[in-house]
Design a protein around this ligand. Structure first.
Ligand SMILES: [Cu+2]
Length: 411
């Protein structure tokens, strides 16, 4: 059996007290154990004893992983507290764009995928079933030598390499197959210094199209993750809002970002709706190549882990900024909680990227805040167009006709 071995080199003792450049105080290795010192002058030396490891890289190679060479589950996670099934499926195309989605059932797959909610300390096993055809995955592939599959890669929580969701580690799922990924929401530990994992994160494919899952991301394989602590405020509703390339919100732009109907609007990735007084949570994620800013009209939040201040009896904490706009780069995620319509009332509240050419190109949607009974009071007109070129004038448009061009108007 091969192994990598990292040999920590001690400072050369005969070199004298003044000649040793660089840090010389590290008399012990990271684990406190003194090691044999090859006096090579190199501060560190990687020893590759054999090349068998290379044979582990590739399809099926890590099947040996469960045998104990690697721990399959992170420390403290010897047995999953909960198991769920997740399906990767192909969804109807958006124009010519292939769309994929994750779902707790194949029928409910969407982009973004389902919110993964965990409590700190919890260990979650997710079995991913790849129902996307080889043909579709091949169409998304940028390199004909790249393997076909989908995966599940998560940010923020703990996992071993077998749950990394990459080709490099062999932790992906070929078409028609399944694989179980294990996530551990490691709790804060003051004794060990572990910071904990509570917060807002996300998951995504890391395999479709190429080694970084770029085509999986741009096709819809992503979703939000929330790790809570006991005592965290519980939202009434959570929406995952993913800002991406081509001025997109959840891969949609313009009128497609808001498909709420006046009667019985169905909350979902393209319909953000709440009743006044409800605690609404947004899991905000950046994908792609662009910077964005997340702005919500009429509402503000604390720039903290949860978006709220745990005041412990102190009503004001001036060291924590209260904001209504937050910058988001690719791979970033954060969460906020707001009380819908608090002090501002029901209405159609814009939610948009504040990079002006993004919002002008259609990177803008609405949070529809109804009254406590679920009605929109009279006089709350709004309209939005299917603008992709920034040509639609919106000022003074309250009386514009509701028909045509993807425009609609709610009263
Ligand atoms: Cu933007």
């Amino acid at each position: 059996m091969s192994s990598w071995r990292l040999v920590e080199d001690d400072p050369a003792p005969e070199a004298g007290p003044t000649s040793g450049a660089g840090p010389t105080s590290e008399a012990t290795g990271p684990l406190g154990g003194r090691t044999e010192r090859p006096r090579t002058g190199a501060r560190r030396m990687l020893v590759v004893a054999a090349t068998v490891l290379l044979t582990l890289i590739g399809a099926g190679g890590l099947a040996v992983a469960g045998t104990g060479m690697f721990a399959e589950k992170p420390e403290g996670c010897s047995k999953p507290d909960r198991s769920i099934q997740l399906y990767a499926v192909e969804l109807p195309k958006d124009g010519t764009q292939i769309r994929l989605g994750y779902g707790l059932t194949p029928q409910t797959a969407s982009y973004p995928g389902p919110l993964m909610e965990m409590m700190e300390g919890e260990c979650l096993a997710i079995t991913l079933h790849n129902q996307v055809s080889a043909e579709t995955l091949a169409a998304l592939r940028t390199d004909p030598a790249h393997p076909l599959g989908v995966s599940l890669h998560v940010h923020g929580v703990k996992y071993t390499q077998q749950s990394d969701g990459t080709v490099q580690s062999g932790s992906y799922v070929p078409p028609g197959e399944s694989r179980t990924y294990t996530w551990y929401a490691q709790p804060r530990n003051n004794r060990t210094g572990a910071q904990g994992t509570a917060g807002y994160w996300w998951y995504h494919d890391h395999v479709v199209g190429g080694p970084h899952g770029t085509q999986g991301l741009s096709s819809g394989l992503f979703g939000g993750v929330v790790v809570r602590r006991p005592g965290d405020p519980k939202p009434d509703r959570t929406y995952t809002v993913v800002f991406g390339d081509r001025q997109s919100i959840n891969l949609r732009r313009g009128a497609a970002t808001d498909t709420c109907t006046e009667v019985n609007p169905q909350p979902g990735p393209s319909c953000l709706v709440a009743r006044k007084g409800e605690r609404v949570e947004f899991v905000v994620v950046g994908i792609g190549n662009d910077m964005h800013t997340f702005h919500l009209h009429g509402h503000s939040w604390a720039d903290t882990r949860t978006g709220v201040i745990s005041n412990n009896g102190q009503p004001f904490v001036d060291s924590i900024p209260i904001i209504d706009n937050k910058t988001l780069g690719p791979g970033d995620s954060f969460g906020v909680q707001v009380v819908a319509g608090d002090s501002v009332g029901p209405g159609h509240w814009m939610l948009h990227c504040h990079m002006q050419f993004h919002s002008d190109a259609g990177m803008s949607t609405m949070l529809h805040v109804l009254d406590e009974n679920g009605n929109m009071p009279p006089g709350m007109d709004h309209q939005h167009g299917a603008s992709t070129a920034g040509t639609a004038g919106t000022a003074g448009a309250a009386s514009a006709p509701a028909a045509g061009g993807g425009q609609h108007q709610h009263n």
